[in-house]
Design a protein around this ligand. Structure first.
Ligand code: DX5
Ligand code: ZN
Length: 217
């Protein structure tokens, strides 16, 4: 397939031995680190926050793709920039003034991403598609790793691809949730550019090889 990117999701790593997993990703064929920040309000789970991200960024040698599953993410844009985030993704459903939030992310030197939940129509992004670098299409309901992939995602990928092409935009389509060797190829064929994978990578017998397989599809 084309030049797609692989972003292992650290949420599925071994938090007791995080450095080893970060180094595994550093020396693998992965492109980005996907970092899930959850606040227990926007989603029914709490993951980790700033002090942990600060330590993570000391050991990572690839771009940090930070996915904020938090309410009012505009409060922390500078904080996440200072912590070393390269791509900062906020949820469409969490932003009253999404356009302003996106500009602030870019003004803080990061690439701007917008994530949408499974129930959110991709057409809602048409007004801002030219302003953003990434759309994170949630293929599970956000909050937990290890859930099963929602099949209706393919339809959203192809519609979003159309919107991006029509706008002459270079925005990337990222798929997040339940990605595995069972759906990765079809997702790429449908128009996905970035595959996030948590459990499929970290719970496999050989994570480095699992990453390589996803990369070389
Ligand atoms: C879910 C997170 C995902 C999650 C993916 O709310 O946004 O990034 O870590 O994990 P898997 O690949 O295990 O579904
Ligand atoms: Zn995520």
């Amino acid at each position: 397939m084309g030049n797609h990117l692989i972003a292992p999701s650290i949420l599925a790593a071994d938090f007791g031995n995080l450095k080893a997993d970060l180094e595994m990703v550093n020396s693998s064929e992965a492109d980005w680190f996907h970092i899930d920040v959850m606040d227990g309000v926007f989603v029914p789970n709490i993951s980790f926050g700033m002090p942990v991200l600060k330590e993570i960024s000391k050991h990572t040698k690839k771009p940090l793709d930070v996915h904020l599953m938090i309410v009012k993410p505009q409060r922390y844009i500078k904080t996440f920039a200072d912590l070393g985030s390269n791509i900062l993704t906020v949820h469409y459903e969490a932003c009253n003034h999404l356009h302003r939030t996106i500009q602030e992310i870019k003004n803080n030197g990061m690439k701007a991403g917008v994530a949408i939940n499974p129930h959110t129509n991709v057409d809602l992004l048409s007004e801002i598609i030219s302003d953003i670098d990434l759309v994170c299409l949630m293929s599970v309901n956000p909050g937990f790793g290890g859930q099963s992939f929602i099949e209706a995602t393919y339809k959203k990928v192809s519609r979003l691809k159309q919107i991006i092409t029509n706008a002459n935009s270079t925005c990337k389509i990222e798929i997040d949730g339940g990605v595995s060797d069972k759906n990765a190829k079809k997702l790429l064929e449908t128009g996905a550019d970035v595959l996030v994978a948590g459990n499929h990578v970290f719970k496999s017998d050989n994570p480095t090889e699992t990453i390589a397989k996803l990369k070389n599809l």
